[in-house]
Design a protein around this ligand. Sequence first.
Ligand SMILES: C[S@@+](CC[C@H](N)C(=O)[O-])C[C@H]1O[C@@H](n2cnc3c(N)ncnc32)[C@H](O)[C@@H]1O
Length: 195
Amino acid sequence: MFVKIKNYLSRKISTKSKERFEYQFQKGKWDGLSHVDDLARYSIIAGYCSHFKKNASLLDVGCAQGVLQDRLIKVDFTNIVGIDFSEEGIRMAQPKSDNITRFEVGDMNKWKSNEMFDIIVFNESLYYADDHLAVLKRFENQLNKGGIFIISMFDRKNSPELWEDIETNYGILHQTKITNPHGTFWNVKVFEVKN
Ligand SMILES: C[S@@+](CC[C@H](N)C(=O)[O-])C[C@H]1O[C@@H](n2cnc3c(N)ncnc32)[C@H](O)[C@@H]1O
C-alpha cells in the first residue's frame, strides 16, 4: 500500500520521472502520437531531414514508440537510432527495427556512444532534460561536422525561455510553426553548431 502511494505521488510530482512515463505508456497515454492531428509535426521533421542531409545517420532522442521512424523517407538514411529512457516505449518501438533502424533504452541526461550522427532530433523531448543546454552540449559530441539538431517543442509555459537559450547558443537554419485543428502549436527548428 505504502509503495503504491509513493509511486502515485512520484508520478504526480515529477513530470520528468521515468516511472511516470512508464505508467503513461502502459496506460496508452501516448498512443495518440500516431493520430493525424500530429502528422504535420512529424512530416516537417522528416522533410527537414531530407532537405538538409542526404544519406544521413539520424539519432532520435526520446523516440518513444518510434512514430517518427514511420514518417521518415528511409532511402535518405544510412542509419537510424532511437533512444528513450522508457523501457515500455522502446518495447513498443522494437517491431519497427530493420536493417538500418534500431532502438535502445537510454537516458538523454547520460547517454553516450561512439557512434556519430548527421542529424540529432529532439522531437517533444528536450523539455524533459535535467538541463537542456548541458544535454545539447553533450550531444554535440555525437554530431558529425556540419551536423544539425532538429528540435520540436509545443507552445507550453517555459518554451519561450528554452528557445531563447537554444537560439543564443546555436545558429538557426530554418524554423516552421505548425498548428492543428485543436489549436495546439508546435515550433520545429533546425540548428547548426556555431564555430
Ligand atoms: C512527448 S513524448 C515524445 C515522443 C516522441 N519523440 C514523439 O514525438 O513521437 C516524450 C518522450 O521523451 C522521453 N523522455 C523523457 N525524458 C527522457 C530522458 N531523460 N531520456 C530519454 N528519453 C526521455 C519519454 O519517455 C517520451 O517517450
